[in-house]
Design a protein around this ligand. Structure first.
Ligand SMILES: CC1=C(CCC(=O)O)c2cc3nc(cc4[nH]c(cc5[nH]c(cc1n2)c(C)c5CCC(=O)O)c(CCC(=O)O)c4C)C(CCC(=O)O)=C3C
Ligand SMILES: [Fe+2]
Length: 375
């Protein structure tokens, strides 16, 4: 096999996701899993529970991961990549620990991990690595010989992640009434996090205010906005805004919120907006509730025409990007330099999170980084 198509040393891929409830009885236990020890106000939990109940207690995220699994397996098969793809979640079944146990018992020794989270930050990266460490600790306590797990690099700027978003924005613009289209703002949106977490996501000293988290999002937003301008001949004004804030009101989180932003746009005379959820990999609950329900209602109240552009989801170009990331990392683990695709100004992200990357307040073991306690 030609070197750059060889998955060795990897013998399996693990799709690692957030997980979500699949019926009304799952909602509260799911929220308990998500927020264990994180001091989310009870009021906020009741509110978030309502978002799920509005959709029958079902988060779309699991079906989206099932669809992604299917396109990944299809893409691998079509490209002669004989590598099983498994799926495990941090907060709901199929649970990460159970999947990793099955993979270990099936004899997998070297597992590449794709997290359904594209950017740096504690919530988007280190927390996934902590949960991997927890799962490995459980398997170790059960007397199992541990496989090695490697998390694939951040793919926020991979063309297979960015190009489908550009197409999504073009489709949303085309769907706006013609008389407001040319003046439409692009409101790039992502999950708000505490400003302290943003600054620690790759140090503010190196990346500026908001750390790597904000810088990476700004880079993607600029890349998408420039590609859209190139395609349409119109330079749409754009901004990076936030959604889904939680936590106590006195703690500063990234702002402005998308709903406040729509109000400001309206007040400033903007004729329309496209909400572009660059922070998310699929149309899960944060997109369906916070954007399609809440922000869309706010826009209707203002009389501001809005559209919400698609996330990458199970786009075959994303599956191809995952294959690319896996083969690139496999080659590099074998000591062979491989091309590392990236759009924008920041270049490809690191393979291995450095010691102390994206720290949380309380230090906990995290796998698949330079400070992993596991080989
Ligand atoms: C950066 C980021 C991403 C993007 C990266 C990634 O995708 O991982 C993300 C994704 C998601 N967040 C999700 C759900 C929730 N996030 C919560 C809480 C929080 N998220 C945070 C950050 C992020 N979150 C933070 C700083 C908190 C508060 C503190 C904490 O608890 O760490 C809470 C608790 C209640 C609330 O506060 O809202 C819930 C229910 C779902 C599933 C949706 C579904 O079911 O379809 C997904 C994909
Ligand atoms: Fe979240």
């Amino acid at each position: 096999m030609s070197d750059l198509r060889d998955p060795a040393p990897y013998d399996a891929l693990l799709l690692l996701s957030f997980g979500g409830p699949e019926g009304p009885d799952d909602v509260v236990p799911f929220l308990e899993n998500v927020t264990r020890g994180r001091g989310i106000p009870k009021e906020r939990l009741k509110e978030v529970g309502q978002h799920y109940f509005l959709f029958g207690g079902v988060s779309p995220i699991n079906d989206q991961n099932r669809a992604l699994l299917e396109v990944l397996r299809k893409d691998f098969a079509e490209h002669g990549l004989d590598l099983p793809v498994h799926w495990g979640n941090r907060n709901w079944a199929p649970y990460l620990t159970d999947t990793l146990r099955e993979m270990t018992d099936a004899g997998h020794r070297r597992i590449a991990v794709l997290a359904t989270s594209a950017y740096a930050s504690y919530s988007g990266c280190r927390q996934y690595r902590e949960n991997l460490a927890d799962a490995l600790a459980t398997l170790e306590a059960e007397g199992r010989r541990l496989p090695r797990v490697d998390k694939l690099r951040h793919y926020f700027n991979h063309p297979g992640f960015v190009r489908p978003m550009i197409d999504g924005v073009l489709a949303s613009l085309a769907d706006l009434p013609e008389d407001v289209r040319a003046g439409a703002h692009l409101a790039f949106t992502t999950h708000s996090i505490p400003t302290s977490a943003a600054d620690a996501s790759g140090p503010a000293a190196e990346h500026g205010d908001g750390g790597a988290y904000v810088r990476q999002h700004l880079d993607v937003a600029r890349t998408v906005a420039e590609a859209v301008a190139h395609e349409t001949g119109v330079e749409h004004p754009w901004e990076l805004v936030y959604q889904s804030r939680s936590g106590a009101p006195h703690i500063p989180w990234l702002e402005p919120d998308i709903c406040d932003h729509l109000e400001s746009l309206h007040a400033a005379g903007a004729p329309a907006a496209v909400m572009v959820p660059i922070g998310f990999v699929s149309d899960h609950m944060e997109v369906l509730y916070d954007l399609d329900t809440e922000a869309t209602a706010k826009a209707a109240e203002l009389g501001l025409p809005v559209r919400r552009s698609a996330t990458v989801g199970a786009d075959p170009r994303f599956a191809a990007a995952v294959r690319d990331l896996l083969l690139e990392r496999a080659a590099s683990e074998r000591g062979i330099p491989a091309e590392r695709c990236a759009l924008g100004a920041l270049g490809p992200s690191h393979d291995l999170c450095p010691v102390g990357c994206c720290p949380a307040r309380a230090a906990r073991p995290a796998a698949a980084g330079a400070d992993s306690p596991y080989a």
